[in-house]
Each structure stands twice: as C-alpha cells, then as structure tokens.
Design a protein around this ligand. Sequence first.
Ligand code: ATP
Length: 370
Amino acid sequence: MAPVESQQALVTLCDISKSFDGKAVISHFNLTINHGEFITLLGPSGCGKTTILRLIAGLEEADSGTILLDNEDITHKPAEHRHVNTVFQSYALFPHMTVFDNVAFGLRMQNTPNAEINQRVNQALAMVQLDSFADRRPHQLSGGQQQRVAIARAVVNRPKVLLLDESLSALDYKLRRQMQNELKALQRKLGITFIFVTHDQEEALTMSDRIVVLRDGEIEQDGTPREIYEEPKNLFVARFIGEINVFDAEVVTPLDNQRARARVEGFLCDIQAPFPLSAGQKLHVLLRPEDLRVDEIGDGDSAAPAGLIGYVRERNYKGMTLESTVELENGKLITVSEFFNEDDPDFDHSINQKMSINWVESWEVVLPGD
Ligand code: ATP
C-alpha cells in the first residue's frame, strides 16, 4: 500500500457518546483509524471495546457524535449498507450450510451473478487455504478452520473495514498463535483495515500496527506496540501490558537534561525522565523483569554492592527464562526474568540467596509519583 494512502483516515469517530440504561460507556470519544491499518482496541472487560466496534458496524447507534467512513457520514446508515463486516468470537456460521454456501451467503443476498459468486468464493477460500473444504459443513471442521471460514465470509464482499471481536479467543494456545500470524499476513495481502478487539495484551503486541489502550471508555494510550510496551504513559498502561516492577523514588539532586540523582527504594542512582525534575519530587521508576540485572552476593563479599539488595523467594522455570521473585530489604516483592545461561554456574539461584539488582541507566521508565 502506498505510504500516502496508508496515512489517510478511513474511519473517524468524532465526539461519540453512548449510554446504556443511563450509564455512559463512552463519552465525547474521538478516534481516527487509517487506511490499511491493523489496529487493536485493548482494555479490561467492560471498558467499551465491543461497543465501539458495534457503533462502527452500525449494530448500535450513537447518542451523539459523528462516524465517518472514507469521508462519508455513516452515523445513521443501516449496518447492511456500510462497507464493514464483523467476525465474531463465535464465528456465527450457518451449521446446515456447506463452507462454500456460508461464504457465498452475503453475495447471494445481494443477487450477485452465479459466475461471479463462484469466482469470488473460490478465491476467498483459496486465500484462507480452505479450497479443498468447500463441500464440508462447519461441524466437520476444526476450530481454526471454522475461524478461517468466518474470515473468508467476511472478506468475500470486499469490505473497507473488517471488525474482529475477540475472534481468536475460542482457539487453543497453539492454534491461536498460528492464526495470529495468518491473520496478520492476510491483512497485509488484502490491504483491508482490520479493527481487532482483545483483552489479551500479548495478542495485541504481536498483531497490531497500532494499539489503543482503553479504560472506562477513555483512551489511556494510543501508539505502536513498542511505544505501548517500552514507553507506557501511566501506571495503568504499564501494568496492563505485561509484567512490570514499580519502584518508589524521590529526586535527590536534579542534573542536566531531565536527569537526576534519585533514591530508588533507598538506592541512590541516576535516572532519566521525560519531564523536568526538581529536588524532593516523588516519582515511580518502572522496570520490566527482563530489564533488571541481578548478581549473587556471597557471604565473603565485602565490597558495598552496587544496586538494590534483595533475597530470592521464589523461582519459576519458564523454558527460555528463569523468573525469580525477589524480596527487597524494605519488604517489596519484585520480579526478575533472566535468560538461561548454561555457562554461568550461579545461574539457578537458590531460595533466600542474597542478590544485588541493577539496570542499565536510561532503560527505566519514569512517571510522576503519588
Ligand atoms: P468485554 O471484554 O467483556 O467484552 P468490552 O470492553 O467489550 O468488554 P462492552 O461490551 O463494550 O465492553 O461493554 C461496556 C459496558 O457497557 C459494560 O458495562 C456493559 O455491561 C455495557 N453494555 C454493553 N452493551 C449493553 C447493552 N446492550 N445493554 C446494557 N448495557 C450494555
């Protein structure tokens, strides 16, 4: 897709409000989704993800505000006249129809000529690698295959936007991972804008060009997966996307360029913030478990250890990594994740082993404190 077109707005939600039974789900909500984007709405249960999808699909009507699709005001347009299709979690296939007829259904409703139906359905089935399954019925297919039929049915009439509501959540872990890759590849091939809803943060990170993190109907952060994971804007986003350690800190001496000498859980070190710092300022210093470096401290070690001091309280084998729960001297529990290193005899720390904990300067995320 040409870069110019990919930056063009395709769906615009403008000042949208929607309440159910007098309770606002979203209020004065604004979001622009661009041509060809794979965008994910991510947030806890009840934050309004599905409501936003249903508003775009025309399955719900906004109380106020405007929805544009390709510069056309579709706010009051019936669902069947929008160039939008939805793949639901349940797939909603017709059980008595063959795979072919399921995919052909929408085209037949539009009185599309038979020759064109044949050509388009076969093409859609080939795309999801189900051409040899055209005569089967849904119960003769695996979960992943049913999911692909639902996708073929949703793309066969070439919508401008495909909405996917928890579309992978019924699949087992392995199939889900496989479908994540397939869906992403398919989206790239088709160039159709995908708006995906999930509460699974790993899935969102894997699949999306852009993630919109929602809480109580409000956007907490809108950015690339990398920005969301590495530069969370607040504690909610930081904690919602993966595991993170939150340290309490206080500025001791401001240095230049928004750097400062700070006390982090009692340990003096230099930190870098995205805002100016002043003496005495309270902060949160955030570090992912994989960004922490740990070293064992032996009984005979006399040198003052560089870093926070803690004791290993739990070890969890995770295949590629070892995840340890470490209790700091002030009682705070933190999580440390280390890649296995066969050459390191100290690697498999024993319970209650004393450790020093450190990190590469500037890898920390600094947020204002309480
Ligand atoms: P989940 O991840 O659990 O699907 P969600 O983020 O998709 O959640 P929504 O389904 O959009 O959330 O629901 C947002 C809020 O609106 C919830 O409190 C829900 O109970 C309420 N809600 C949604 N649809 C209706 C409805 N038709 N009638 C009444 N309340 C509704």
